[in-house]
Design a protein. Structure first.
Ligand SMILES: *Cc1c(COP(=O)(O)O)cnc(C)c1O
Length: 450
């Protein structure tokens, strides 16, 4: 390719290190081994095999160093191998690795539940139960809501993502790849429109009226056990509802004896610039599901909420062999200690202030970004055909691939596959953030011209 003065120049690596093409020969060899033994149904966004990671950098099998704008899907909020997480995990692994909390309990589980009671929105009496994954937490929130209300219907939204188990597939909106061919799905799940300001043009009150009208006319408020909602939708496209939408829904739930469940699996633990996204509009969920960012990379999840709801399930009705595993609890305590000590909620807001202006400038420069949105370190650009709102999934894919080739891990999302999302560790330095952004800008400039 010949270079003219007008063409964008790829930023020179500073903290990244490009030793080979990405993925390089060592990763490609691993990819061949994988093809023989790993199910095709589990895909990898960027098949560079990681050998170590620290802070916001990933080192692969070929010695390339990548900037991580994905945090393993919003998990390593405290950065890779955060010292407090590693120390707690090492110490706990030397003491004991498992007893099963349902058999012989231990303090770490109780400490995590104490922290959750303190950190989650609202000052009412709260209790928690711990699990292994986000899907498990959401599914159990529904079990709790049904047991507490004696009702069955569950309301979810367009563009929702809640997981891959049978019940959470039913709650999830998008067919391919999450649901296609996996039915039949669980009954008594009802989908209503949410709030997607870029595409529906409604304000929060109007969007809530549409949703509530649908619920009242098609289900009946007195039939509904729970409304389950992501305060900012994740896999569906990083969609932030218009102001007023969440408070209106929450108020309707209170007035109708419906359990308001906030799925904060992706938005939780300082990701959006608050400990939990619900608090931005002073929404106090009855139940809140958390996972991802809770434990710095170890598998842990929780349902936290009103004590009388959690206690509506009889002893033995909730649990699981590994739920609240002692090493995962130790990691969570290290992760929470880090978030508190380093004030990572403020760091997330700083990331927003650094990123959004650059993405907005790029939107007006290139004409291929229809909407720039997000909060804290949960930020996105939605790609469209110039001059309209028609989604451009192909361009989105090319932009992500160009970033990957230059050593920056970005993820895509969205019902239409046309959103590039940024989920950097909250501890990321300004230097790494700027360098990763320069690569993203370059990738968008180059691909938008094609
Ligand atoms: C990732 C995610 C889940 C599912 O979590 P898993 O740990 O993958 O089961 C549920 N809800 C939301 C909002 C998520 O982002």
């Amino acid at each position: 390719m010949t270079t003219t003065a007008a063409e964008p120049q790829a930023p020179a690596p500073q903290q990244r290190r490009l030793r080979t093409e990405i993925p390089g020969p060592a990763s490609r060899a691993l990819q061949e081994r994988r093809a023989n033994v790993v199910a095709a149904g589990v895909a990898s966004t960027l098949p560079a095999y990681i050998t170590s990671a620290s802070g916001g950098l990933l080192t692969d099998a070929d010695g390339n160093v990548l900037i991580d704008f994905g945090s393993g899907i919003a998990v390593t909020n405290v950065g890779h191998s955060a010292p407090a997480v590693v120390d707690h995990v090492r110490e706990q692994a030397g003491l004991f690795t498992h007893t099963c909390f349902m058999v012989t309990p231990y303090e770490g589980y109780v400490e995590v539940c104490e922290a959750l009671a303190e950190l989650t929105p609202g000052d009412h009496a709260k209790k928690s139960v711990l699990f292994n994954s986000g899907a498990e937490a959401v599914e159990n929130a529904v079990k709790i809501a049904r047991a507490a209300t004696g009702r069955q219907a569950v309301v979810v939204f367009d563009h929702a993502y809640h997981g891959r188990t049978n019940l959470t597939m039913a709650l999830t909106a998008k067919s391919v790849p999450y649901k296609h061919g996996f039915g039949p799905f669980a009954p008594e799940v009802y989908r209503v429109p949410g709030s997607y300001p870029f595409r529906d043009g409604l304000d929060g009150a109007e969007a809530a009226r549409v949703a509530i009208d649908r619920i009242e006319k098609q289900i009946g408020g007195d039939q509904v056990a729970a409304v389950v909602i992501e305060p900012i939708q994740g896999e569906g496209g990083f969609i932030e509802p218009a102001p007023g939408f969440l408070p209106a829904l929450s108020a309707w739930c209170s007035a109708n004896g419906v359990v308001f469940v906030a799925d904060e699996v992706q938005t939780g633990f300082c990701r959006t610039g608050d400990w939990f996204a619900s608090t931005r509009e002073n929404v106090v969920p009855d139940l809140i599901a958390t996972a991802k960012g809770i434990a710095g990379g170890l598998p842990l999840a929780a349902v936290t909420g009103r004590a009388e709801l959690l206690d509506a399930v009889a002893p033995g009705g909730l649990g699981g062999t590994y739920g609240g595993n002692p090493i995962a609890c130790a990691a969570a305590l290290g992760s929470i200690e880090t978030m508190r000590g380093a004030d990572l909620a403020t760091s997330a807001r700083r990331i927003q202030e650094r990123v959004l202006p650059r993405l907005r400038a790029l939107a007006s420069e290139t004409g291929v970004i229809g909407d720039v949105r997000g909060r804290g370190a949960m930020l996105a650009a939605e790609f469209v055909k110039p001059g309209g709102v028609e989604p451009d999934a192909d361009l989105t894919k090319r932009v992500a691939a160009a970033c990957h080739a230059l050593g920056v891990v970005v993820l895509t999302c969205g019902t239409y596959g046309n959103v590039v999302r940024l989920l950097p560790p909250l501890s990321l330095s300004d230097e790494l953030l700027d360098e990763g952004l320069s690569v993203l800008e370059y990738a968008i400039r180059v691909e938008a011209r094609k």
